[in-house]
Design a protein around this ligand. Sequence first.
Ligand code: FES
Ligand SMILES: [Fe+2]
Length: 342
Amino acid sequence: MEFLRNCWYMAGWSEELPAGALLSRTFLEQPVVLFRRQDGAPVALLDRCPHRVAPLSRGTLAGDTLRCIYHGLRFDAHGRCVENPHGAIPAKASVPAFPMAERDGVLWIWMGTPDAADTARVPDLGHMARVPATAQSRGAMPSACHYQLIVDNVADLSHVEYLHATTLGGGAFVENRPVVSEQGTEVVIELRSQGQPAPPVYDRFLPQPGVPVDFVNRVTWYPAGLLKLDISVTPMGAPPEQGLRTFNAHIVTPETRTSSHYWYWLTREYRQDDEDMTRLRHALMTRVFVEEDKPVIEAQQRLLGTADLFDAQPVLLATDTGSIRIRRVLKQLLAQEGGPAA
Ligand code: FES
Ligand SMILES: [Fe+2]
């Protein structure tokens, strides 16, 4: 499947782009150079000088402009050439600029039609940004696979019971079926279980381990690469305040057709001043992602080659409903985008 262009993709964490830095990253097969204007606003330009195709990220910043290292053409934050040391500025001397936004400590880039960039649609992760620093952690796991395989992985958490049997599994994801719904262009995959023990990672933190709980695991997908997780574990019949709730995000941006930027953000609403728990939880989840999910997803990609998963005509299970709905919405959005991307 082609990449959706008219949506906000995560470009990095805010602190990955300090003032004065030039950061080179590839998004949707396009090399991009990121920097900040003097007022702090993030800027993204195609990382490719229109003269002899040198990477602009090797150049130098001068105020709000970027000078190419090779023959000195200088470009402003809109990609317009503002100086040619060798004569008049050629009419074609400009580089594409990509709209950017910054919210809740996250840099977002719009790889589609610049005029269509809608700042009202910049994802809202404020509920996580407001969690005290002692109860949140963030990580990155660049992966050698198409971003959709990562979305599939989070959209179908039944794999928890097998791939993560000894780390996260507990039975809830095979004994119950998720309910999938659409809200506009978002897809919500909600799994509920009642009266069963909590998954082991939560059980030991309950006031009374082993008690039957109400378990809700809600995954919301936003086009094209944002998955928000809202998980709550509450002793049966107890008010929600007595339960354990976590908000997590998995954010994936295509780098190429076979590689992805992958960031995760973990926050917790309980024991928020317990930094040891934050460290332990981060270490556990990182180990699960890096040692359990990543090797399987990357191996899937190697077996698929450059084919899309659905070109391989996979056998479908009841647990695939979420990822199928996501692909259906994506297909509709791609068709709306029209042009060669569809
Ligand atoms: S390649 Fe950039 S100025 Fe020549
Ligand atoms: Fe997993």
